[in-house]
Design a protein around this ligand. Structure first.
Ligand code: FES
Ligand code: FES
Length: 220
């Protein structure tokens, strides 16, 4: 649990819980930047309402200088979606694109249930503004299946190691592990523990998940 607590603290400060090797990734947004983005979008929208004499009817084309109709690359497909200026990626994925494999636990960058990959690096989608991923490649747990629907090696390894208990944290654990193995195909146990530290498991199956990560690395 100590490792998870450390990861929790690290994740809360960065909203990215990728291994150190990925720390230089272009999307290492800080929580401060995320909050500033939300506040800025809210201020802009409320300012427009004021100057428009209280006319707050939303438009799907432009609000506060932000084009709301986006083309997002999700799981290799371009999806057109109407996104509010302060909308998080988790909300867009789950409630607009129907990708409910991405779970919402804390909705505040603490638990890792909402983990997705952005350009192959694990991120908390609850702490990422959807407008910030334009032009990037988003991968959810649904995007990890093989071309014929076969499970990802990490998913098979987790099953073999009996890692999922209630299963709520499992999609986030799968995505974090898959991101780790893309960056580091043969991690040590300590490296895997560090990479997975941003994913909490209320059932306490941490060792099973770690065993699964190392099994997937061996069998890949
Ligand atoms: S970290 Fe995003 S839902 Fe908990
Ligand atoms: S398996 Fe239940 S929270 Fe992790």
């Amino acid at each position: 649990m100590a490792a998870s607590t450390a990861g929790h603290a690290a994740a809360a400060s960065t909203a990215v819980h990728a291994p150190a090797s990925a720390a230089a990734a272009p999307y290492a947004w800080s929580r401060r930047e995320f909050i500033k983005g939300v506040i800025a979008s809210g201020v802009t929208v409320s300012g427009i309402s004021y100057f428009a004499g209280g006319c707050t009817a939303p438009t799907t084309t432009l609000i506060g200088g932000v084009d709301r109709l986006l083309s997002l690359n999700v799981n290799g497909q371009v999806r057109r979606v109407d996104v509010l200026p302060n909308e998080t990626l988790a909300m867009t994925l789950r409630y607009k694109l129907g990708l409910t494999g991405t779970k919402l636990g804390c909705d505040r960058g603490e638990c890792g249930a909402c983990t997705v990959m952005i350009d192959d690096v694990a991120h908390y989608s609850c702490s990422t503004l959807t407008h910030r991923v334009r032009g990037r490649h988003v991968t959810t747990v649904e995007g990890l299946v093989g071309p014929n629907g076969e499970l990802h090696p990490v998913q098979r390894a987790f099953i073999e190691e009996l890692a999922p208990q209630c299963g709520f944290c499992t999609p986030g654990q799968v995505v974090s592990a898959a991101a780790l193995l893309r960056a580091n195909p043969n991690p040590t146990r300590d490296e895997a523990r560090a990479a997975m530290a941003g994913n909490l498991c209320r059932c306490g199956a941490y060792d099973h998940y770690l065993n699964g990560v190392l099994r997937a690395a061996r069998e890949a």
